[in-house]
Design a protein around this ligand. Structure first.
Ligand SMILES: Cc1ncc(COP(=O)(O)O)c(C=O)c1O
Length: 385
């Protein structure tokens, strides 16, 4: 059959192609490279969690869950927040289970952003924020984190604030820089939003992965920030099951009501047996105990690079390690990441892709949520360059 010319639509995201994460993972597969690019573990989750999903399927929990999520899971999330941050979120009206943090972000931005609203984003930034701001008619206002320590310059934020500012998106622990917010960051955030109607989206998917003496601090802890904030989390990141795409959104009732209206038309509800399994599992196993395991992985990777020509930047939280390769190569970061994958068998993510202006500081991001042997092998190859 001959085909007629394809019917086309005008792209709503003309600048977007496939994401760098898909592209680098595909390149890693093509060249059988160690894949330290995309942020997912190469080890299995607890078999107990996996058998719980099977059990709940066999018990017949295979139909739609309630749209906001099953109550036992919302209760667990609420209790965890209270224990860790002293914040009270009503599981009935202020906790929503979503299809990963990504869908929570999409629902929050769709509920909150209108034509002409400005949204402050810190670059380097995780890639799904700006497209959802733009799809809803909003205008991303980019503020660069300082280099090389990747901190927010709050004076700079003050300068871009105006009556059109609708939201500030923060992310701690931070992807890709692996920095974490301090109480002082929360002080500044409080100071600049007090008395305004500015909303905050706080992406905390790596909330349980913090190292050394750092603590995860959250907008949930401060009444002034709590009342204007949506907090986003991800069971995928916490329990090593990124492919299950389950996450949550916490927000005061008035904000949650609007997010749930969008959520119900986006997906209605989220995978039922997985929700039951997560609820039962998290009753017995604390989500808060994973930092030492990841810290060990971070240290194995860093140790292997100790005598290399790479400059190993600090990693305070998340499962990422940044390496400055300026003493190794003059290539641009996208080119160097491709060369590393094709010639040396290690896939990473060039940091310029997290900047709207593709700022290139000759830094690559490596994900160390990998088996120890993967990390040692990757480290020893990099150390020889
Ligand atoms: C900062 C950040 N936010 C959100 C997400 C998406 O999380 P999920 O897989 O639960 O949708 C990721 C995943 O890499 C992330 O790094």
């Amino acid at each position: 059959m001959t085909r007629d010319p394809q019917v086309r639509i005008t792209s709503k995201l003309p600048q977007s192609g496939i994401t760098i994460f898909s592209a680098m993972s595909a390149l890693a597969q093509e060249h059988q490279a160690l894949n330290l690019s995309q942020g997912f573990p190469d080890f299995e989750a607890d078999p107990k969690l996996i058998s719980l999903v099977q059990e709940y399927m066999q018990q017949g929990h295979n139909q739609y869950a309630p749209s906001p999520g099953i109550l036992p899971l919302r209760e667990i999330v609420s209790e965890g927040r209270e224990k860790q941050h002293g914040a009270l979120y009503n599981p009935d009206t202020e906790v929503t289970i979503t299809a990963g943090a990504t869908q929570a972000i999409a629902a929050i931005l769709t509920a909150s952003i209108r034509e002409g609203d400005e949204v402050i984003l810190f670059t380097p930034a995780y890639d799904c924020y700006a497209p959802y701001v733009e799809l809803n008619g909003g205008i991303p206002v980019y503020v660069k984190l300082s280099f090389p320590d990747y901190r927010v310059d709050w004076q700079q934020v003050k300068k871009v604030l105006n009556h059109r500012t609708r939201m500030i998106i923060v992310n701690t622990p931070h992807n890709p820089s692996a920095t974490v917010f301090t109480q002082q960051d929360l002080d500044y955030l409080e100071e600049i939003t007090k008395g305004s109607n500015i909303l905050i989206l706080s992406d905390e998917v790596y909330e349980h992965i913090v190292f050394d003496d750092m603590q995860h601090v959250s907008v949930s802890e401060r009444p002034e920030l709590f009342k204007r904030s949506f907090v986003v989390g991800s069971f995928g990141k916490t329990l090593h099951v990124t492919g299950w795409k389950t996450g949550y959104c916490l927000a005061p009732e008035a904000l949650t009501t609007e997010v749930r209206k969008i959520h119900q038309y986006m997906v209605f509800s989220v995978n039922t047996p997985v929700q039951y399994a997560l609820a039962e599992y998290l009753r017995e196993v604390s989500a808060t105990g994973i930092s030492p395991m990841y810290q060990q992985k971070r240290d194995i990777f860093r140790q292997a690079l100790q005598n290399s020509r790479f400059n190993i930047l600090p990693s305070q939280g998340s499962y990422f390690q940044l390496l400055d390769y300026s003493a190794v190569s003059n290539l641009g970061d996208v080119e160097f990441a491709r060369e590393l994958t094709i010639e040396h068998g290690i896939a990473s993510i060039p940091l310029s892709v997290f900047y709207n202006e593709h700022t290139d500081h000759k830094v690559l991001r490596f994900c160390f949520a990998k088996k120890e042997e993967t990390l040692r092998e990757a480290g020893s190859i990099l150390a020889k360059l």
